[in-house]
Write a protein that binds this ligand. Structure first.
Ligand code: PGA
Length: 252
């Protein structure tokens, strides 16, 4: 079901104590709201997952991992499987963030394996896609996004596709302070929804939540979220401050 969603991606930030403190602050603010139809998700580093799952109110905040292994189990030193993530109480996994693609060389093939493992373990993937600046400047951004969707998602059965959340994050906007304009975001989100409709049908496309990510902050969230095809945000830097993150949640 299409939902309004604000997800905070903490990336590689926060000690365990600071993570607990920040999640507690956010939880207090979100819980106070009487009617909250926004799904709030926190994606801390792995080490926080089980603590945060225990301390937040389940009906106010859900927990996501930022990644998972591309193999189900076994001799893969340093890796964390989707099944292990499930056992912490987390419900979501971010897959294919541009930093994973860029620094850890995650290809469409690898991401497809991660998506399948996430769905097999009854977890919800938040699948990220986005073009680089040179790709946009060359006018190739729609083709790049289509390719990223095709290579990782197009083999999924339709009932699984209905469970996926998408996040459009133009790489040139991530952590740079440069945000896509509301018009650029809407244009791409609409393209993504149409592409999903073309492959999986209009019903799946109408029901899929597509988040925007990339320097989303209290000052621009309202304008971004006002677009028909923008269903919320995946927030990096501004998610590390409880007041800013809460202001973004309240931007709908
Ligand atoms: P940012 O990061 O909000 O700091 O640009 C967004 C993201 O990478 O998900």
């Amino acid at each position: 079901m299409r939902r309004k969603i604000v997800a905070g991606n903490w990336k590689m930030n926060n000690s365990l104590n600071r993570g607990i403190e920040l999640a507690t602050e956010i939880n207090k603010k979100v819980r106070k709201q009487e009617e909250n139809d926004v799904l709030v998700i926190l994606a801390p580093p792995y080490i926080h997952l089980s603590d945060l799952s225990r301390i937040v109110d389940k009906d106010a905040i859900s927990i996501a991992a930022q990644n998972c292994a591309s193999e189900p189990k076994g001799a893969y030193t340093g890796e964390i499987s989707a099944k292990m993530i499930k056992s912490t109480g987390a419900e979501y996994i971010i897959i294919g963030h541009s930093e994973r693609r860029q620094y850890f060389h995650e290809t469409g093939e690898i991401l497809k394996k991660k998506l399948v493992l996430t769905l097999e373990n009854s977890l919800t993937p938040i699948f990220c896609i986005g073009e680089q600046l040179n790709e946009r400047e060359a006018g190739n951004h729609f083709d790049i996004i289509k390719k990223q969707l095709e290579e990782a998602l197009f083999d999924l059965p339709t009932n699984w596709m209905g469970k996926v959340i998408l996040a459009y994050e133009p790489v040139w906007a991530i952590g740079t302070g440069v945000t896509a304009s509301a018009a650029q975001a809407q244009e791409m989100h609409k393209y993504i929804r149409n592409t999903i409709a073309g492959k999986f049908g209009q019903e799946v496309a109408d029901n899929i939540s597509i988040l925007y990510g990339g320097s989303c902050k209290p000052s621009n969230a309202k304008e971004l979220f006002a677009n028909d095809d923008v269903d919320g945000g995946l927030i990096g830097g501004a998610a590390l401050n409880a007041d800013d993150f809460f202001a973004i949640i309240n931007s709908f």
